[in-house]
Design a protein around this ligand. Structure first.
Ligand code: 13P
Length: 254
């Protein structure tokens, strides 16, 4: 499955977000979408309006950028999976490096959220990736493998079909320093092999593996052309409809 997901992060007001969605859908035709599954992840404040705006576009899913692992309770400021489900939200980003870095999310917490998302029938997009320091010391696979091991410890092969893994090297996020296609492919191949051993060959081939980190229209074709890269998780370039559409074109024809 090819997938292009836009993580808007803490950008756009609700009005700006809806204008961005309008610009996006105005540029879409069934031919342009092709076999690509599109996902947009606006901030919580515009999820409901986004779902409504996209009623007529079942090929575009709406994702939340985070969730709490409990269904309800005294967790001021948090948003639960039943709340998201009730809004018809399809997916949720989990373990984004910004959540890990700035909000102290641990692998165990991410595993609990992933479990809860699967129980709520909301598809998790699990983000993994190493820091620059970890890569410099040659530990990138050790780090990513550990993140996968903990997050997916409690997941069956059937459930894993609904999980998307996004490899986002922290050093490439928002920095303009993109992983080379070879670096990205090498990590994706390792993740695919690990998934095959952890689950089975069918599951590993069905699961979408996305690359994220400074993907732009001028570097997308080379990344998306790699064998184990099924698409992208896009930050900055998802905030400009023309750029996101250019990435869609690159992925569709990859
Ligand atoms: P950029 O595309 O802005 O580097 O962000 C990537 C990302 O973090 C997507 O989740």
């Amino acid at each position: 499955m090819k997938m292009l997901a836009g993580n808007w992060k803490m950008n756009t007001t609700p009005q700006e977000g809806l204008a961005l969605l309008d610009a996006l859908v105005n540029g879409l035709t069934p031919e342009r979408i092709g076999e690509v599954h599109l996902v947009v992840a606006p901030p919580f404040t515009h999820l409901w309006a986004s779902v409504q705006r996209l009623w007529d576009f079942p090929e575009i899913s709406v994702a939340a950028q985070n969730c709490h692992e409990q269904a309800s309770g005294a967790y001021t400021g948090e948003v639960s999976l039943p709340m998201l489900k009730d809004l018809d939200v399809d997916a949720v980003l989990l373990g984004h490096s910004e959540r890990r870095q700035y909000f102290g999310e641990t692998d165990r917490q991410i595993a609990s959220k992933l479990r809860a998302a699967l129980n709520a029938e909301i598809s998790p997009i699990l983000c993994v990736g190493e820091t620059l320091e970890e890569r410099k010391s040659g530990r990138e696979w050790e780090v990513v493998q550990h993140q996968l091991q903990v997050a997916l410890a409690d997941v069956s092969a059937d459930e894993a079909h609904n999980v998307v893994v996004a490899y986002e090297p922290v050093w490439a996020i928002g920095t303009g320093e993109v992983a080379s296609p070879e670096q990205a492919q090498e990590m994706h191949a390792r993740i695919r092999t690990w998934l095959r051993e952890r689950f089975d060959a069918d599951t590993a081939s069905i699961m979408a593996l996305l690359y994220g980190g400074s993907v732009k229209p001028d570097n997308a074709a080379a990344l998306f052309g790699q064998k184990d890269i099924n698409g992208g998780l896009i930050g900055g370039a998802s905030l400009k409809a023309d750029d996101f559409l250019a990435l869609l074109d690159a992925l569709r024809s990859a």
